[in-house]
Design a binder for this molecule. Structure first.
Ligand SMILES: [Cu+2]
Length: 385
């Protein structure tokens, strides 16, 4: 495999045509939205997608005020549908009949406001409740505030964001970050809705942020990953050198630790070291407990080459119980690297143990928990996209 190991950092030289180098960003080449999710949710409005151009480079360098990302009138409106997918599963989608678990990745620029009209096609009360952004009590999504959809009802929720700003010499944080959204009304606190699959990722970006080429949402929900148990957990795929963004979310009643093999990232807001003086800890394992979310970017296969790499919960009885999956890094031309198919076959033949401590079995609230799932790996690599 040594002949396929990259010999240089693809972020620094000869990037593939669709990649974005950090050097280019700093030099003012701007940000190119290449992910379908970004095209949909950041780019569909045109004016939004066009924002982080030359001005963003100045902002990234800290030498100028942020580019005018959004006027006060920068409100974007989307419609989402909460729908039953099967007997045990309910998801959010952007079109009727297209609900997924996790739901779609929602993305905003700092300064934007998002109005979400949620259509509840189920016979349960439910809502959409965000983390990390601003909203008033009418958009809280809680039973407590009487701000949810009754069965069959349509309701609009408004989320707003603030830009990072300097106030009397002090930088005040903006809304940028890796956040998430979920139901907060089915079962009083959303417990039933979350267990059924009503959750998804929310990313708020700051001007100058590096945009990924691929995005994957990974939700540790009780003893499942995206409500699936190995070997039915999603197989995430990228080509060698692609910039991949993982958004990791925790839900349910279990403590988890997320681990990705062969890749590592800076434990900060971007997952990237800003420069040689950035003291952010570089990690490959992080807590992922209920309500937590974090995101990071990696260059697929950087320094290690292509291959079938594992991701899993590092609580051992959780990984034994089916909380594991495959991050397949293909060769740059899209072909399979040596040994990868054999690893995937081995993984699909894997049947998780039944020797988990008794505490595990009583808390498998996720829809797919508890059994040896079908030997199917989602060929799209991402249940939500
Ligand atoms: Cu776990």
């Amino acid at each position: 495999m040594t002949d396929t190991t990259p010999t240089h950092d693809p972020t620094e030289a000869d990037p593939p045509p669709r990649s974005l180098s950090r050097r280019a960003l700093i030099a003012g080449a701007g940000v190119v939205a290449t992910s379908p999710a970004i095209a949909l949710l950041l780019g569909a409005q045109g004016s939004v997608a066009s924002v982080p151009t030359a001005g963003s480079a100045a902002a990234a360098g800290g030498s100028a005020a942020a580019a005018p990302v959004a006027a006060a009138t920068n409100v974007r409106r989307i419609t989402m549908y909460a729908e039953r997918i099967d007997a045990k599963t309910v998801g959010y989608g952007l079109e009727p009949g297209k609900a997924t678990v996790p739901g779609p990745i929602l993305e905003m620029w700092e300064g934007e406001t998002l109005e979400i009209t949620l259509v509840n096609t189920t016979d349960q009360r439910l809502s959409i409740h965000p983390h990390g952004v601003n909203y008033d009590v009418n958009s809280d999504g809680s039973v407590f505030n009487d701000s949810f959809n009754e069965p069959g009802q349509t309701r609009t929720y408004t989320w707003s964001t603030v830009k990072m700003a300097r106030d009397r010499g002090i930088w005040m944080p903006g809304s940028a970050g890796y956040w998430h959204y979920h139901d907060h009304a089915w079962g009083d606190h959303g417990t039933q809705g979350i267990a059924a699959g009503l959750y998804g990722a929310l990313v708020v970006r700051r001007v100058g942020d590096v945009l990924p080429q691929k995005q994957f949402t990974m939700v540790f929900n009780d003893m499942t990953i995206n409500n699936k148990v190995a070997p039915a957990t999603p197989m995430f795929e990228a080509k060698l050198g692609e910039r991949v963004e993982f958004i990791c979310i925790g839900h349910g009643n279990q403590l988890h630790t997320f681990h990705l093999h062969a890749h590592r990232w800076a434990n900060n807001r971007t997952g990237l070291l800003a420069d040689q003086y950035d003291t952010s800890q570089v990690v490959d394992n992080r807590d992922l407990n209920p309500g937590d979310a974090f995101g990071f970017q990696v260059v697929a296969g950087l320094g290690v080459g292509p291959g079938a790499w594992m991701y899993h919960c590092h609580v051992q009885f959780h990984s034994d119980g089916g909380m594991s999956g495959v991050f397949l890094v293909r060769n740059a031309d899209g072909s399979m690297p040596p040994g990868a198919q054999e690893s995937i076959d081995r993984f699909q033949g894997h049947s998780h143990t039944t020797s988990a401590p008794s505490g595990a079995a009583t808390t498998t609230g996720g829809a797919a928990a508890g059994g040896t799932g079908p030997a199917v790996v989602d060929p799209t690599g991402h249940a939500g996209h």
